[in-house]
Design a binder for this molecule. Sequence first.
Ligand code: FE
Length: 209
Amino acid sequence: MMQNHEEHDHHENGSELSEMQLRVRALETVLAEKGYIDPAAIDVIIEAYETKVGPHNGARVVAKAWSDPVFKQALLANASEAIVALGLMNRVGDHLIAVENTPRQHNMIVCTLCSCYPWEVLGLPPVWYKSAPYRSRAVNDPRGVLADFGVALPADTAIRVWDSTAETRFMVLPMRPAGTEGWSEERLATLVTRDSMVGTGLPKNPKDA
Ligand code: FE
């Protein structure tokens, strides 16, 4: 059942929009006409996801945990409560769990069923997170996936993969890079990448930041 990619990408409708975009637009139009949705409200939500919600929030959470042992304990005990208490966001899902990387254990997040993701702290999921190869290989060959992302861990570091669901989301608390003693939270946050909070990456090297 080979499908010609060129043909697949060619849009019969002759518009710049993909078939999926056209279907979404058609659905939105029908729902708006029937009064189920308010297009202006949808625009506000999308705008919020594009500008306010994003991995910068997660980065601030991680930097705080690196700087404040009391907050770190609270975060690991109940990430949803700890993050709401920080006042960064006015809405965090009820079951956000932070998993801590250590020299002995590296954590990686996946949703094998679909694309559940801790969007409250990381924003919209990257395309690869939703892809079938990531979803299957993260479980079967996490070390291989990490290699694809350019991450090589010591052989004696175990890799634990956490499978997200609609109810329970995870974020990784990466290890604080060496050489950052005395750094402010704001400066530490610049080292925290989105991928380091999904577990497919590590924080930036402070020498490169
Ligand atoms: Fe999912």
